[in-house]
Ligand binder design. Structure first.
Ligand SMILES: *Cc1c(COP(=O)(O)O)cnc(C)c1O
Length: 387
């Protein structure tokens, strides 16, 4: 089977892991975590970063640090991995779900601007969603597939309404927007995931990066049980969300090869794009000209295939030992978030069921990729994927 996306651990991963074990500093204290945090901050252009147990826990701690609380709303796209919405729900808040730009698959700043203008009300205590009377507590764009959102416009909106701006950059380490790395795009905090299926992985893990020392230190405080000093004094309800040194050791080795890993992902995407660009039934993943995606996953969109045809296409490729998968089912269609306020979602509804992700491990050989390309073309010729 040609797998969808497996980690490339061929650098110093095992050496650092062994070093970490030999040192006995395997919990969240120790040189590897500190080193990993410095490497993440430097890789994304932030002044500092806090390593966390996962991307989800990083999002939860970051939302909490930015003041999101019970009963409030957080503006976020419906087209995201469920973890974004879960982190909001862990705060006792709800997502206010928005559509995405067709050209980037990221949060549509125009729709957000219009909704804030017409459906929200500014009061001295903040911005309130008129229909529900709930406070709007933050804007949380997602860097879909490693592509940054329209952060210039979103940062302007955040300033205009005095809302915190938090970026879910889970799979976007290495991406740029107008040449700037993802830690420098105007978000108060930027969250990464180092889950096993991401380009850079620690097995599991996350990080929260930012420019403002006080905000990042608050995240650190929250992730370490909100403990003050050496005695057991805790000044609020905190979390146990720190990354272990075992994970950080693997992450340090991965980050040494960040450029290589992201470069490999981009070459894979470019080869698929070149192979399928002229196919009458296939559309490519969006590539906005002002942003350089980290190209986390590769794939195609089959707009004329219904759900049965998509399943048949997947089945045929799986039979040929090629691991292909559907992509995120949007949050507004998920049972736990069915009640969440939502804007019109025509782009999201039109895209999500037609996405087919294709094998794109950083170490995928050109030969294997050729086999995938031919198999996709053949499957479509044979009628799989026809509605
Ligand atoms: C992977 C991912 C997450 C979750 O990260 P975990 O480390 O698995 O908790 C959150 N948001 C997006 C967009 C992701 O792709």
């Amino acid at each position: 089977m040609i797998p969808l996306a497996i980690p490339d651990l061929s650098g110093n991963e095992s050496r650092y892991l062994q070093e970490c074990i030999d040192s006995t500093f395997i919990s969240s204290v120790g040189p590897f975590v500190t080193r990993f945090e410095a490497a993440v901050a430097s890789a994304c252009g932030a002044s500092r970063a806090v390593a966390t147990a996962s991307g989800t826990s990083g999002l939860h701690a970051a939302l909490t640090a930015l003041g999101v609380g019970r009963g409030e709303l957080v503006i976020t796209p419906s087209f995201t991995f469920i973890a974004t919405a879960n982190a909001i729900a862990h705060c006792g808040a709800d997502p206010w779900l928005f559509d995405m730009e067709p050209g980037s698959w990221t949060l549509d700043p125009v729709q957000v601007e219009e909704s804030l203008e017409w459906e929200a009300e500014e009061r001295p205590e903040g911005v309130f969603h008129q229909k529900t009377g709930r406070r709007v507590a933050a804007i949380l764009p997602v860097y879909t597939l490693g592509t940054p959102a329209a952060m210039d416009r979103l940062a302007r909106l955040a300033r205009r309404y005095r809302l915190p701006l938090l970026a879910d950059a889970a799979a976007a380490l290495g991406a740029t927007f107008l040449g700037d790395p993802v830690g420098k795009l105007g978000a108060d905090l930027t969250v990464f995931s180092f889950n096993g299926n991401k380009t850079v992985t620690c097995g599991g893990g996350g990080a929260v990066a930012g420019q403002d020392a006080e905000t990042v230190d608050l995240v650190r405080h929250l992730t370490t049980t909100a403990r003050r000093g050496a005695d057991y004094t805790h000044d609020r309800v905190g979390f146990n969300y720190r990354m272990t040194a075992l994970q950080a050791a693997v992450g340090c080795a991965q980050l040494e090869r960040l450029e290589h890993l992201v470069g490999a992902k981009r070459r894979i995407r470019a080869r698929y794009d070149a192979a399928f660009a002229d196919h009458p039934r296939l559309s490519l993943f969006p590539q906005p000209p002002d942003r350089e995606s980290a190209c986390w996953l590769s794939g195609v969109v089959v707009y004329d295939a219904d759900s049965e045809a998509m399943a048949a296409l997947r089945q045929q490729l799986l039979q040929e030992e090629i691991d292909v998968r559907p992509f995120w089912k949007p949050v507004h269609l998920q049972q736990p978030f069915a009640h969440a306020p939502q804007a019109a979602l025509p782009v999201t509804d039109g895209v999500w069921g037609h996405v087919l992700t294709l094998p794109c491990s950083a170490a995928l050989t050109q030969e294997d990729q050729e086999r995938v390309i031919l198999a996709v073309q053949r499957a479509l010729e044979r009628g799989a994927g026809a509605a």
